[in-house]
Design a protein around this ligand. Structure first.
Ligand SMILES: Nc1ncnc2c1ncn2[C@@H]1O[C@H](COP(=O)(O)OP(=O)(O)OP(=O)(O)O)[C@@H](O)[C@H]1O
Length: 638
């Protein structure tokens, strides 16, 4: 038996490992299974090129709990190690890796982001074990198995072992404070979290299934009663992983059902199919595969619990893909697998990393290309899905300039009449009628068809088109479009009276002379609360609404942008009180009647009633004021 000291300068490294990695100690299992997987894949390669005489067969990795002995076993049938190799790879190489890690990150232990994503390899076993054994037999002919033990001090023992079959068994003597790792449920959930798509089958216990060779017979007795014999069960290995997940296959091998099934495998609690998928597959200048799904979005952007999962060669790493996937795409779901994403560094470093930047822009481009081809190939279907995908697209247009440029080809602007225009189509459809006297194109929109119904009707009567733009970030997008496209402006239908929304050269003559206008103004100001409404007298078509409430576009939009997270300079708008304009049509019969009514109280009554009607059509009449209005209206009916 050989004894010796592991090549390590720190007197006792294990307490350090334990301390630094405490928050994430569960990753030891992922590390050990990864090692077993690597050892198996290496053997596969060696046998395929004739470098190993060993029979590859159908190797699996087994995880076994020995509750009584307080041990956890991880057994592989990979290439194994000779005693010399244990000496070289475990005593020297592996430990220097751990040491290097500690050297580098000793001072930054607080940054758990680093630690959580760093694979400590074999030595992470000491986070949960007080003693570790390796029993390993190399695939090389004529070699003896080796048995290595270490109890957490730098001392180890290495002796021969009688193991005859190829592969490595790691035995962890679980420490007192880590007995949770002797619980079947805990191990099972860890295997599911980290290993469910690893490339070598992983066995954890056995399970009972119906015997496929047994077809239960049904017999009929003398009285004609049928009895079916019980189905025979057989015991089979409980394989916890799918070693060939969809993203590792070529898109040509997969049907749309396969993609949907894989989505359900990833997110078992999702009942709705995704809207569509994007298969990522690139091997130059970096390596990346994956499948992204567009789920059906809800208006609530925060409600997004199933996230994109990041894998490295089929080993789960994290579901925090911030920095790797552009932010607007973090609303998607699916898998990204890349050996080229550095996992052992902090997030801020990740964002500056050249390879990561390229990955991020590749993903953005792929998503844009996919959207474009969906739009080109089946516009009808794309339009039908627009409502569910618009948030992602609009958000992408706002946050990524490259995406903004590409999205011009497929971003849609729906009208209240169910038409869907691209920007260019919209421009051509409305430019003749909706260009104002200053040659500005005015794009009219509503955020709520029900609430702004009368305003929409007024615009339609003029032959204008009204867009339905109702997503929570659309005010930011309008702002961006106004600054990138030339000479356009967005205006909500209730931002002004229809003649002023798109001001043309023609002027409407007022039926009131100057004195009458002054008198009307005074009358209105007597009754109408000036802190809530700015009275605006306007000569309009005599049939146009006599009293109308509008809210200036600029102010309202700034407030909205602030509410949906504009931050910074927009703070001041959020604190402004709601301010409305009351537009009074001086050419209407009602105004004429108000002026010609002698009795003061009747005059005030008419004004109040008209104001309330205008508020009612904006949805602003509520509470006591609404009750008073209803009461007054009944009085009028008497
Ligand atoms: N189950 C195993 N079968 C065969 N060799 C193994 C096994 N586990 C570990 N080794 C050997 O020990 C070495 C060190 O393992 P360790 O897990 O510490 O580092 P690594 O796998 O090289 O890197 P990482 O830090 O990414 O895990 C491996 O490179 C491999 O040569």
């Amino acid at each position: 038996m050989a004894k010796g000291n592991i090549n390590v300068s720190v007197e006792n490294i294990f307490p350090l490992i334990k301390k630094f990695l405490y928050s994430d100690h569960e990753i030891f299992l992922r590390e050990l299974i990864s090692n077993g997987t690597d050892a198996t894949l290496k053997l596969k390669h060696l046998t395929s090129i004739g470098e190993s005489k060993s029979e590859y067969g159908n190797p699996i990795i087994e995880v076994k709990i020995d509750k009584e002995g307080k041990k956890l076993h991880i057994i592989d049938q990979g290439l194994g190690m000779t005693a010399d190799e244990v000496e070289k790879y475990i005593n020297q190489v592996a430990f220097s890796g751990a040491e290097e890690f500690l050297d580098q990150y000793k001072d930054s232990a607080k940054d758990s982001g680093i630690i959580g994503h760093f694979g400590l390899g074999f030595y992470s076993a000491f986070m949960v074990a007080e003693k570790v054994e390796i029993i390993t037999k190399s695939h090389k002919e004529g070699t003896t198995a080796a048995h290595w033990t270490c109890d957490g001090s730098p001392e180890f023992t290495l002796e021969p072992h009688d193991k005859t079959d190829r592969g490595t068994e790691i035995i962890l003597h679980i420490a007192e404070d880590s007995t949770e790792f002797l619980e079947e449920a805990r191990i099972s959930s860890l295997l599911y979290k980290y290993n469910k798509f690893m490339p070598i089958p992983i066995k954890f216990g056995t399970k009972e299934v119906n015997d496929p060779d047994h077809k239960p017979e049904t017999t009929t007795d003398a009285e004609g009663k049928e009895t079916t014999e019980p189905q025979k069960k057989i015991t089979v290995d409980n394989i916890i992983n799918n070693p060939n997940p969809a993203w590792t296959k070529q898109p040509t091998e997969l049907e749309s059902d396969d993609y949907n099934n894989f989505y359900r495998e990833l997110y078992p609690s999702q009942f709705e199919d995704p809207l569509f998928h994007i298969h990522l597959n690139v091997d130059y200048p970096f390596n990346l595969t994956g499948i992204l799904y567009f789920p059906k979005m809800t208006q609530d952007m925060a409600m997004q619990k199933d996230k994109i999962q990041l894998y490295q060669n089929q080993v789960y790493v994290t579901d925090n893909v911030e920095g790797i996937v552009p932010e607007f795409l973090t609303m998607l779901r699916g898998v990204i697998d890349s050996p080229d994403i550095p996992l052992n560094v902090s997030r801020s470093y990740l964002q500056a990393d050249g390879a990561v930047k390229k990955i991020s822009s590749y993903i953005t481009r792929k998503v844009a290309d996919k959207l474009k081809s969906l739009f080109n190939n089946n516009r009808e279907e794309f339009e039908a899905k627009w409502n569910d995908i618009k948030i992602v697209i609009e958000y992408g247009m706002l946050s990524e300039d490259k995406f903004f440029d590409k999205a011009d080809a497929f971003a849609l602007y729906p009208t209240v009449d169910g038409k869907y225009y691209t920007y260019d189509e919209l421009y051509n459809a409305i430019k003749a009628k909706q260009t104002d006297k200053d040659n500005k194109l005015v794009i009219l929109y509503t955020s709520n068809q029900e609430e702004q119904h009368s305003y929409i009707e007024a615009a339609k009567d003029k032959g204008y088109q009204v867009l339905l733009l109702d997503s929570p970030i659309v005010s930011h997008l309008m702002q961006k479009l106004e600054s990138t496209k030339e000479n356009i402006t967005f205006s909500r239908v209730d931002a002004d009276s229809i003649d002023k929304l798109i001001a043309k050269d023609e002027t409407v003559i007022s039926k009131l002379d100057e004195d009458q206008t002054k008198a009307l103004d005074a009358l209105l100001k007597d009754v109408i609360p000036s802190e809530k409404f700015m009275v605006q007298l306007e000569p309009m078509d005599s049939n146009a609404t006599p009293f109308m409430i509008t809210q200036p576009e600029f102010m309202r939009r700034m407030k909205e942008m602030q509410a949906s997270g504009g931050g910074g300079g927009m703070q001041m708008f959020g604190n402004m009180p709601e301010m409305y304009n009351l537009v009074v049509n001086t050419n209407s019969d009602l105004v004429n009647e108000i002026l010609n009514t002698e009795a003061k109280d009747k005059q005030a009554h008419l004004i109040t009633q008209s104001l309330d009607l205008a508020r009612l059509s904006q949805g602003l009449l509520k509470g006591k004021e609404l009750s008073d209005f209803i009461k007054r209206s009944y009085e009028l009916l008497k």
